[in-house]
Write a protein that binds this ligand. Structure first.
Ligand SMILES: Cc1ncc(COP(=O)(O)O)c(C=O)c1O
Length: 435
């Protein structure tokens, strides 16, 4: 249990409880009563809570902050642009330029439409896939998260015991309020299991509109795809005429300028983006093959009042500009790798069995297991010990997310000294917490 002098945070939480469920505007931001920090400010790689404690931040707002909090060049561009109007229901040149940059940077994207959140982006991509194929069923993988829309909020964080046999998994809705009828349109499968995917497609392939997949399990311990698994999905989609949707909401503009498509040389039909696209401002996107995207507006509805909001577009323009001009992701990769290797070494020296997962810009570790390949195997890791370690780190000024499913995120503003400090803190935490 976190033990920090969070008097002001606790007072704010009490106030917030009266007007917002759990005192927050997203369930994921509630850590518990009396143990949820409230924010004063964020700058660069750091956060300050309202009690004045400073943390090296590895949550990065769940991934969007790729350059750093309150990054000046991005904020300057936003300030400059918002004086010319924030929302107008008219398309403008900076918006087109941002779309052009986007299409140039993301290898498989020939056309793009903007949205406001990752949830919206996946929702739109699914509609387009359904319209394009005239089919309704969607395949998603257990433990993957594609936002809060009802179509794919299945088998995301349910107890894996509820999932049934991996050859014939039971889709489990991740919330009350999801219509039962949608069960007929979703198939959930374990990640990294080509045989199971192949068998399933043999049975239902011709009814499937889309397979939606995160390149790695960005919402379950950053488990990587096994060699050629994404390529296998690509081939199966071609075989059955299924739209492959790569959900790059976490990996886009983070693991490579061209996201997982560049990193894995994979060409999905559609891809979805949000987080790092605008360094923390609200802008998302979905895009892909011209042939598919072109059906939008021809009997296929897509839109949204805020989808070209000026702060989001200006921030995305500036973020992509910095990504193209400077070695942002290479720098993050180098520092993240040092951090990953350092953490692994600390565990090894302490005799703690573990495996490191993910990419240097977005990684995690599972304790007590040698290898994880899907949510079912990851579930065997020592999650309570993970939480205890993270709490000891937060008490010492280093803040990854306390949820073991959520990766550690780095940004361009984390410097070498932050990595040194973090490794010292990890070492202290390992000494302080009994396994
Ligand atoms: C892979 C993935 N897709 C979609 C989403 C939903 O994005 P948003 O929270 O912007 O709606 C998330 C959010 O974490 C995500 O990780």
């Amino acid at each position: 249990m976190l033990n920090l002098p969070w008097q002001k945070s606790n007072a704010l939480q009490k106030r917030a409880f009266k007007v917002m469920p759990l005192g927050v505007n997203s369930n994921f931001r509630f850590w518990g009563e009396g143990i949820t920090p409230y924010l004063q400010k964020a700058k660069g790689a750091y956060l300050w809570d309202v009690d004045g404690n400073r943390y090296i931040d590895y949550r990065m707002a769940f991934g969007p902050i790729i350059l750093g909090h309150a990054y000046e060049e991005v904020n300057e561009k936003v300030k400059q642009e918002i004086d010319l109007g924030t929302l107008t229901a008219m398309t403008y040149e900076l918006e087109i330029e941002t779309a052009e940059k986007f299409v140039r940077m993301c290898p498989g994207v020939e056309m793009v439409r903007f949205a406001c959140s990752g949830t919206e982006a996946t929702m739109h991509a699914i509609r387009v896939a359904r319209a394009y194929t005239s089919r309704e069923c969607i395949i998603k993988f257990e433990g993957m998260y594609h936002g809060f829309q009802d179509y794919t909020l299945w088998s995301t964080y349910a107890p894996v015991e509820a999932y049934g046999n991996p050859r014939n998994p039971i889709p489990v809705p991740s919330s009350s309020g999801i219509p039962r009828l949608l069960n007929q349109m979703i198939v959930t499968l374990p990640f990294n299991a080509p045989d199971i995917l192949e068998n399933t497609l043999r049975a239902v392939g011709e009814t499937v509109a889309a397979i939606i997949v995160e390149p790695c399990m960005g919402n379950c311990g950053a488990i990587l795809p096994q060699k050629n698994f994404l390529q296998f999905i690509r081939k199966q989609c071609d075989k059955y005429g299924i739209v492959m949707i790569l959900d790059e909401v976490k990996t886009g503009f983070r693991i490579a300028n061209g996201g997982a498509q560049e990193y894995y040389h994979i060409s999905p039909d559609l891809a979805t983006y949000a987080k790092a696209f605008a360094n923390g401002y609200p802008l998302a996107a979905f895009g892909g093959k011209k042939e598919i995207m072109s059906i939008i507006g021809h009997g296929v509805a897509q839109g949204g009042t805020f989808t070209n909001n000026k702060p989001g577009v200006a921030a995305a323009w500036a973020t992509l500009t910095v990504l193209q001009r400077e070695p942002v992701l290479k720098t993050i990769e180098k520092r993240g790798k040092r951090l990953m290797d350092g953490i692994s070494q600390i565990f090894t020296e302490a005799g703690i069995p573990h495996c490191m997962n993910g990419y240097p810009a977005m990684f995690s570790f599972a304790i007590g297991v040698e290898k994880v390949s899907d949510q079912r195997t990851w579930n065997e890791s020592e999650k309570e010990y993970y939480l205890a370690l993270i709490e000891a780190m937060i008490e010492r000024g280093v803040m990854p997310d306390h949820d073991p499913r959520e990766p550690w995120f780095l940004c361009y503003s984390h410097n070498e000294a932050d990595i040194d400090t973090t490794l010292d803190v990890v070492s202290e935490a390992v000494k302080a917490v009994k396994r």
